[in-house]
Design a protein around this ligand. Structure first.
Ligand SMILES: NC(=O)c1ccc[n+]([C@@H]2O[C@H](COP(=O)([O-])OP(=O)(O)OC[C@H]3O[C@@H](n4cnc5c(N)ncnc54)[C@H](OP(=O)(O)O)[C@@H]3O)[C@@H](O)[C@H]2O)c1
Length: 227
């Protein structure tokens, strides 16, 4: 058993998540920002890869005080469980995700993580081992399910999202497409990694929603599975 997993991200009109230097850029506007805050507040956990932590230093907190209050009223903590996928425990001990806002944090590492880095992170987060090389995402999701996590929001980046598609662990894919061209063959895209080689391997999606949002378009896709 695993939680429902959905990806939410913002990309440029030409399908880039950031610049070729992996510098964070503003792609969406106020309406999308508020939407992302709402869906985050409606999730049990929110997850990013270590590449995103090193590039953007996100806190992944819920921003609106009303949404935080609503979560608390229902018996939840102000923020969803915040999770970093980080085989080698490279999360900086002063990263915002470890310090901003209350709530549970999990650094998911693999057996590659040096003990000394684990002990530097241990005062600020639960450091849990899943897998030998990269973080074993199926094992992590199964663990989260046993912890009562039913809805996981994945906020990037492209390397983590690719792995989740490759392992058929995504249920919904939400993209905000913004009104700019960033360009660059090496700029991150929503699903980087090695990519599927064969057509029969492609993840097949069904369009579940499409609307204008700010100066861009919001697309919601569900993953189609046979049977
Ligand atoms: N526009 C948006 O919505 C948005 C959202 C998020 C990020 N971004 C951008 O995306 C870029 C960062 O993305 P990224 O692709 O470099 O990094 P990422 O996907 O955030 O993190 C990838 C890293 O996670 C670790 N990892 C551990 N186990 C893994 C597994 N099973 N599968 C995949 N990764 C695993 C690997 O490093 P180790 O082996 O060292 O653990 C891997 O290199 C930044 O430029 C950021 O600004 C944009």
């Amino acid at each position: 058993m695993r939680p429902f997993v959905f990806v939410n991200l913002a990309m440029s009109a030409d399908g880039k998540l950031s610049t070729r230097e992996r510098r964070q850029v503003k792609i969406s506007g106020r309406e999308d920002f508020a939407r992302v805050d709402r869906i985050k507040a409606g999730s049990d956990a929110v997850m990013v890869g270590i590449g995103t932590v090193l590039a953007d230093n996100p806190s992944l907190t819920v921003k609106s005080s009303e949404l935080k209050a609503m979560r608390v009223q229902t018996g939840a903590l102000e923020n969803p469980v915040r999770i970093v996928i980080d085989s080698r425990a490279r999360t900086p001990p002063d990263a915002d995700i470890l310090h901003k806002g209350p709530g549970r944090r999990i650094i998911a590492v693999s057996r590659q993580a040096p003990e000394e880095r684990i002990s530097r992170l241990a005062p600020f987060a639960e450091v849990r081992v899943f897998g030998d090389e990269k973080v074993d995402m199926s094992a992590l999701l199964a663990f989260l399910h046993t912890e009562g996590v039913r809805r996981v929001m994945v906020e990037g980046g492209g390397t983590l999202i690719w792995s989740l598609f490759a392992e058929d662990l995504v249920d919904e894919f939400i993209t905000f497409v913004g009104n700019m061209v960033i360009g660059g063959a090496s700029a991150p895209t929503p699903a980087d990694g090695s990519g599927f080689a064969l057509e029969r391997e492609f993840t097949r999606l069904k369009l579940a929603g499409m609307r204008q949002c700010d100066d861009g378009v919001l697309l919601t896709w569900t993953v189609e599975r046979e049977g």
